[in-house]
Design a protein around this ligand. Structure first.
Ligand code: HEC
Length: 198
């Protein structure tokens, strides 16, 4: 019979290091979960929210039935592998979303992976009725994000010293002629809108 070989000292050290890491990970997990379950404050700041109109609710039904969550994430569920659509309504307009669903490649202006013509996997969206695509777009446009969060297009409402410093430090001077600061643009658009409404 073969005798069991005793562990070499290098192996013992390696195993003990693994063991220590494993025990620390377990302790960390237990602490994390117990803090999370007992704390009354949310652990992560919630930056996306939604409030659906009747049409948005109909769109949500179509979204569920079409299994968009096989590739996407919305209302905090779905898959984390693809694009998260939470907050997309603060980045894209309802017109953009409707146009994208109907004619993805042209609206992107670049090759797409899954949306577009067959045999792309999300090609089934082109077979939907235009009304269904519109309802989907309404639903998506009602997935909003808090201004200043990573998914929102607009910066935080209050003045940000940090953004000003970064723009000054990193934006080349000629960009100031080529592009408009989004904070200035939003104010300009709001002023234009109120002029129209007057
Ligand atoms: C097979 C995977 C897949 C499925 C199914 C799918 N998508 Fe997508 N979706 C993508 C990918 C990948 C992109 C990025 C564009 C591309 O390359 O096609 C995208 C992009 C998008 C965008 C544009 C996001 C942006 O801001 O650029 C929207 C909106 C969208 N999908 C909505 C939907 C809806 C609604 C459905 C269900 C009706 C759906 N998708 C089903 C994979 C998928």
């Amino acid at each position: 019979m073969k005798q069991k070989q005793p562990l070499k000292s290098g192996e013992k050290i390696l195993l003990s290091v693994f063991g220590v890491f494993f025990v620390l990970a377990c302790i960390g997990y237990v602490i994390l979960e117990s803090v999370r379950l007992t704390s009354d404050k949310p652990m992560f700041q919630q930056t996306t929210f939604f409030d659906f109109s009747p049409e948005g609710k109909m769109g949500a039904g179509i979204y569920q039935a079409s299994n968009c969550n096989a590739c996407h994430r919305s209302m905090r569920s779905g898959t984390s592998m693809g694009l998260s659509l939470d907050g997309i309504g603060s980045k894209r307009s309802v017109e953009w979303l409707e146009a994208f669903l109907g004619d993805p490649e042209n609206v992107y202006g670049a090759p797409t992976i899954d949306h577009g013509m067959r045999p792309k996997e999300a090609a089934f969206i082109s077979d939907m009725s235009a009304e269904d695509r519109r309802l989907l777009a309404v639903y998506l446009s009602e997935l909003r994000a808090v201004p200043g969060s990573s998914v929102a297009k607009v910066p935080p409402p209050e003045h940000s010293e940090f953004i000003d410093t970064m723009v000054k430090a990193w934006a080349p001077a000629d960009w100031q002629h080529k592009y408009e600061d989004i904070r200035v643009r939003i104010k300009r658009e709001q002023a234009e809108e109120s002029e129209i409404n007057e």
